[in-house]
Design a protein around this ligand. Structure first.
Ligand code: MG
Length: 396
């Protein structure tokens, strides 16, 4: 079998990858939204993979993996990798999880990091009400993640939250020493959320990036009585093109609160220091940023050897990304905690993707399905009307 084309369409803000073959089998992959700018980046790899056998996934990846980088520049490579596995699965009549070594669980736990309700302000009462709405969701999530500090509007809305100017707009990296008032406010918000969740639902906090080491230690120690699931990305994280393992190690060694990072990191090599130094307790690579499913699986195995847990990122990965997360998470070792459940935005995504269970999440878990490849596909007829100008031939 040979690859005959690599295409990319922007469907509802998500770059969607389609690889076609001379056997009439095609495969799909997806990158996070909103990233229409990735289309030329995906197509950059086209000439490098044409004519290759897509079922030799690793050999194809060797040709393109070097030309990628930390988020968002690893997502094109990652989406292509997923599409290759989709083809390999369909060609063999097996779900991707079988090709990755087989599943060790029949259902995968997910956590809520994507289903959100508007917050009226940044008060502890508003945090309590907001988390109560999430707790009432029919998915019955056993872990909910909430944004605080630099990963929330707290920085903008709470006067004197930290000792620096507040920059708004774009992805400007706010960073600085947090005031006593800011620290007390975060603790009050956590106290209010825990009063709602009790010990029934785990609470994780997405915090940064932007913390200094002393503040990260102060917050983590202050959180110890609340038994949080984890504190995520305090120092580096989303759109940070480096790891800072030594700084994380300073924090992790001084607290019993689990420390988490890794969603922006590309390739296994960039996890080595984080894992070998035991710089964090939990890592959260995103299969659509790390370099794909096999890359994530390798990192999970290596983390497990070092006593580090896995909670993969996925909030904006869309419904093809959801299928990819289900496939790989079924195969991860017992250091697996849960993956971040992505939803399709807008709602019409649920009309154009076929093969998902209904309901998708039952009691915070998704049953692992057995259909070949990703096990879900795009209904071309239904999806056509959502194609952007210039993408009309995507399904041809
Ligand atoms: Mg995060």
């Amino acid at each position: 079998m040979k690859i005959t084309d690599l295409k990319c369409a922007i469907i509802g803000d998500y770059p969607v990858v389609r690889i076609t073959t001379d056997a009439g089998i095609d495969g799909y992959g997806q990158a996070e939204s909103p990233k229409a700018y990735l289309k030329p980046h995906v197509l950059f790899y086209r000439d490098l993979i044409l004519g290759e056998d897509p079922t030799n996934v690793e050999r194809v990846m060797l040709k393109i993996r070097r030309m990628g980088a930390f988020k968002p520049w690893g997502s094109a490579v990652s989406a292509i990798e997923v599409a290759l596995w989709d083809i390999a699965g369909k060609a063999s009549g097996l779900p991707i999880y079988k090709l990755l070594g087989g599943k060790i669980r029949d259902k995968v736990r997910v956590y809520n990091g994507a289903i959100r309700f508007p917050m009226r302000d940044q008060s502890p009462q508003a945090y309590a009400e907001n988390i109560a709405q999430m707790k009432e969701r029919p998915e019955n999530f056993s872990i909910i993640k909430q944004g605080i500090a630099f990963h929330s509007q707290m920085v903008n809305d709470l006067p004197n939250f930290f000792y620096s100017d507040v920059y708004t707009g774009g992805r400007y990296p706010n960073k600085g020493l947090i005031t006593e008032r800011g620290m007390k406010h975060m603790i009050a918000c956590v106290e209010a959320m825990k009063a709602v969740l009790g010990d029934e639902v785990g609470l994780a906090l997405d915090c940064g990036p932007g913390f200094t080491v002393p503040d990260a230690v102060r917050l983590a120690v202050a959180m110890e009585p609340y038994n949080l699931m984890w504190l995520e990305d305090m120092i580096t994280g989303d759109y940070t093109p480096y790891v800072a393992a030594d700084l994380y190690r300073e924090v992790t060694s001084k607290t019993t609160t689990p420390i988490h990072t890794g969603e922006q990191i590309y390739l296994r090599q960039n996890f080595v220091e984080l894992i070998e130094k035991k710089a964090v307790n939990i890592i959260g690579p995103d299969p659509l940023d790390i370099g794909g499913l096999a890359e994530l699986k390798w990192v999970a195995e290596y983390a497990d050897l070092h006593g580090i847990l896995m909670a993969p990122h996925g909030t904006a990965d869309g419904l093809l990304g959801l299928a990819a997360l289900v496939q790989v998470s079924a195969t991860l070792p017992q250091n697996y905690v849960a993956f971040e459940y992505p939803i399709g935005r807008p709602d019409w995504w649920y009309d154009i993707i076929e093969g998902l269970p209904d309901p998708i999440v039952k009691d915070s878990h998704i049953d692992v399905w057995d259909k070949p490849g990703l096990g879900v596909t795009i209904n071309a007829k239904a999806a056509k009307k959502y194609l952007t100008a210039g993408d009309e031939d995507f399904f041809d």
